[in-house]
Design a protein around this ligand. Structure first.
Ligand code: 13P
Length: 286
């Protein structure tokens, strides 16, 4: 069934767990993620990232995501990920997305607040939820070639408090050691920072760059207030690796539908393992 981000975050708060937000720039990802969530009977967030527009236009993927959410046996939120242009975000809301992320994280603080307030008004008119970000996350979903120091742009807890109070967002994306894309070094997360932001804001915290993080670290951030974890690159790589393996072993003709089904099978398995950890109930430390 189609639900809002606020709905799934309430479930996560009651259980002290996180709900996975997975990008779906192709059908193999969308169907692989949904079937994994349904097998575990866990809610899920299906996301379209603005940066994936060239792989999958919003007008094409929006109706697919919404229809699949409506006929699913689990609660599914349809979310716009990293919307950087307000008109693009409005298009998603008009299509029926139940949640949007406004990403003004690279803008000056006051401009980020003013734009987020505007998005809050647009979303409220449609009954949709809003996630927004302060602090900057390096890289992009699926990026493989960045090596910045994430500590340079960590979220400041006091600014997070002011941001939340002045905008009234439903969920806060923060930077505390993860990056989007492939990790070139093992991520070192600042757990005290997550706990402090959670304590000061009282809001569900969103961890971006979730793929490639250890299961132990998932448990630790969930115990400290993370309620949504965005996950993409490593599931996409699992899909591609399975395709490579089958192509190397293939004796006869290979058709495109075979490639898609190999990708979907591996995405499904990777996401199922991941949701199993997110869905565990943790003991809160804040
Ligand atoms: P990864 O692709 O690094 O898992 O990050 C996904 C994400 O944060 C989408 O917003």
């Amino acid at each position: 069934m189609l639900v809002t981000l606020k709905d799934v975050l309430e479930i996560a708060e009651k259980r002290t767990c996180a709900i996975g937000g997975f990008n779906g720039p192709n059908l193999a990802s969308i169907l692989g993620v949904l079937s994994a969530a349904e097998e575990l009977n866990a809610p899920v967030i299906l996301m379209h990232a603005q940066s994936h527009e060239s792989y999958m236009p919003l007008e094409v993927v929006g109706p697919i995501l919404l229809r699949e959410a409506e006929r699913s046996s689990v609660p599914v939120c349809v979310h716009l990920d990293h919307g950087v242009d307000i008109p693009y975000l409005e298009k998603a809301l008009n299509l029926g997305f139940t949640s949007v992320m406004y990403d003004g994280s690279t803008l000056p603080f006051e401009e980020n607040i003013a734009n987020t307030q505007k998005v809050i008004r647009l979303a409220a008119a449609k009954g949709a939820s809003v996630e927004a970000e302060i602090g900057v996350m390096h890289g992009a979903e699926g990026s493989v070639d960045h090596d910045e120091d994430p500590a340079s742009v960590y979220t400041d807890p006091e600014s997070a408090k002011e941001f939340v109070e002045r905008t009234g967002i439903d969920a806060l994306a923060c930077s505390f050691g993860t990056v989007h894309g492939i990790y070139l070094k093992e991520p070192k997360l600042d757990f005290d920072r997550v706990a402090k932001i959670r304590k000061l804001t009282g809001k569900p915290i969103v961890m971006h760059g979730g793929s490639g993080v250890s299961h132990d670290d998932y448990r630790k951030v969930i115990a400290r207030g993370v309620r949504k974890i965005n996950y993409y690159t490593y599931m996409a790589r699992a899909g591609a690796d399975n395709v490579k393996k089958h192509l190397a072993e293939a004796k006869g003709t290979v058709l495109f539908e075979h490639i898609e089904s190999w990708a979907m099978e591996a995405i499904h398995d990777d996401v199922k393992k991941t949701i199993s950890v997110f869905w565990e109930s943790q003991t809160p430390v804040v």
